[in-house]
Write a protein that binds this ligand. Sequence first.
Ligand SMILES: Nc1ncnc2c1ncn2[C@@H]1O[C@H](COP(=O)(O)OP(=O)(O)OP(=O)(O)O)[C@@H](O)[C@H]1O
Ligand SMILES: [Mg+2]
Length: 246
Amino acid sequence: MVEPSLSIKGLRAGYGSLDILNGVDLDVPQGQFVALMGPNGAGKSTLLKTLYGMTTVKGGSINWQGKDISALKSRAILAEGISWVPQGRCNFPVMTVDENLQMAAYTLRDSKVKAERDYVYNLFPILKTRRNTLAGNMSGGEQQLLEVAMAVLQRPKILLVDEPSVGLSPTAIGIVFDELLRINAAGQTILLVEQNTKKAMAVAQRAVILRLGKVIWDGRPADITHDELGELFLTGRMRGETDVEQ
Ligand SMILES: Nc1ncnc2c1ncn2[C@@H]1O[C@H](COP(=O)(O)OP(=O)(O)OP(=O)(O)O)[C@@H](O)[C@H]1O
Ligand SMILES: [Mg+2]
């Protein structure tokens, strides 16, 4: 068995005195593509933000490659190999693609920036063709790819991606997900939060469902139907079950 590279146990976290995560347990082995789903307000974004050091951790642990990172600041977490693509547009719209990637390389020494930008262009050739275009003038799909590329430039060991499909056309969603699949096939571990359950279930090796700040289902996409997923989102239970949600 592959050892989990990320191991979250009994994680409780939130904003100030507000608790959102109420005991999350989740292991992510290296190389896995995990889709985290659940109803609005379930705490999906909060979980990613917590992994990236942006909320108040109240209890439990986040073990990353043998080290508890739950008290680290975002900058240190990034240095540990965790990159985050937040929900919503997060590029610099009045800067070109090239300049956006340069901004994303702020943690690197100047001598390394060009090489890392070229690495990203190699990985995402679409962006290379748009390198002198203002990010804000690109399509939503291209902007989302740029945002993924800005995170990938850090050469993360795990990539946290929050809702990349929001506001995109079906074609653009297809392009973004194809790229995520491609980098996963090359070894990139991905924890993806996604409302587009159909798409998420098609690409991920594993589906995790969060509801009211807890994991209520964890398994292979093939082991759950869309109807069952809908039922879980709504009620926290599978049909005929009474004990999923406590
Ligand atoms: N900065 C914040 N301060 C206070 N409460 C917040 C903050 N961000 C989110 N919340 C609250 O935390 C809860 C969980 O929000 P979160 O964004 O994690 O949900 P989500 O599962 O990502 O939902 P969605 O599918 O709508 O993106 C919500 O009740 C939300 O109002
Ligand atoms: Mg969210």
